[in-house]
Design a protein around this ligand. Structure first.
Ligand code: CAA
Length: 274
């Protein structure tokens, strides 16, 4: 792989979009490599993913403008589909995905972050959908996911004005869950950069998720995602089914037996993903 780094760290893995010279912009090759990376994740051992960008300046500065500049109508639609297919794979991936946003998350960068389950960022992060300034619409799900995440009002404002927003505003409107700053010592020297602090928090969250019963976590993701697309009567049926499915798992039997066992010296074993 030229543009994607994949590192498994115990029960979670970190995917890094590694095209730093172009601020990790998404060309066809990056999208194809990301797709292949997701296909190759070992679901028997990996229980959560962190997605980030290489370098301190940019998470992903959008789809590749050079590649898009000469597309025909049909090619434009196909490029949109290519991005949408990979982002949908991420959104429905059977593991939780945490976007660890370091710097620019513009256009396709904001869109890929929104395809993840959870977004956290460093305090230099900048979010935006600048597409109308380039003569196009957001094309990797931005018109759909932004409105669902922050409401139609903020989404329309961001998309129509093409104005970028900083991390604090992204936090205020619910586009990210947490913003991290650099760690400084008593003299004001930077001990850890904001990116390091944020990545450590993302990895800690992934490791924490990875300790929980994997089938239950997976079913929660499915229930939330699928439930949001239907009315409440249908949504609770989706939940009931996925809740019921958990009672066929060894992990449910172990998790509940562990709780009910009054032996105080017992040590909780890792869930078996079974
Ligand atoms: N596509 C292709 N190349 C990009 C890029 C992109 N989206 N974003 C940055 N780059 C490249 C630049 O061309 C430049 O390359 P060279 O060194 O070869 O000249 C390199 O990355 C560094 O960028 P800058 O010199 O521009 O860095 P800067 O600090 O001056 O500015 C920036 C940073 C504000 C993020 C600026 O690069 C920028 O505005 N980028 C474009 C952001 C954008 O419009 N994204 C949306 C794309 S459209 C889209 O994503 C459609 C969709 O929904 C599918």
């Amino acid at each position: 792989m030229e543009y994607i780094l994949y590192e498994q760290k115990g029960a979670y893995a970190v995917i890094t979009i590694n095209r730093e010279k172009a601020l990790n912009a998404l060309n066809s090759q990056v999208l194809e490599e990301l797709d292949a990376t997701l296909e190759a994740v070992d679901l028997s051992t990996v229980r959560a993913l962190v997605l980030t960008g290489a370098g301190a300046k940019s998470f992903v500065a959008g789809a590749d403008i050079g590649e898009m500049s000469t597309l025909t109508k049909a090619e434009g639609e196909a490029f949109g589909k290519k991005g949408n297919d990979v982002f949908r794979k991420l959104e429905t991936f059977p593991l939780p995905v945490i976007a660890a946003i370091n710097g620019f998350a513009l256009g396709g960068g904001c869109e890929i972050a929104m395809s993840c389950d959870i977004r956290i960022c460093s305090d230099n992060a900048v979010f935006g959908q600048p597409e109308v300034g380039l003569g196009i619409t957001p094309g990797f799900g931005g018109t759909q996911r932004l409105a669902r995440l922050v409401g139609a009002g903020y989404a329309k404002q961001m998309i129509y004005t093409a104005r970028n927003i900083k991390a604090a505003e992204a936090l205020r409107i619910g586009l990210v869950n947490e913003v991290y700053s650099a760690e400084v010592d008593a003299e004001g020297n930077v001990v850890k950069s904001a990116q390091e602090v944020m990545l450590a928090a993302a990895e800690k969250m992934a490791a924490g998720i990875a300790k929980n019963a994997p089938i239950a976590v997976r079913n929660c993701k499915k229930a939330i995602n699928e439930g949001l697309d239907v009315d409440m009567d249908a949504a609770i049926v989706i939940e009931e089914k996925l809740f019921g499915d958990c009672f066929e798992t060894q992990d449910q039997q172990y998790g509940m037996a562990f709780f009910l066992d009054k032996n105080k010296d017992k040590v909780k074993e890792p869930f078996k993903n079974a």
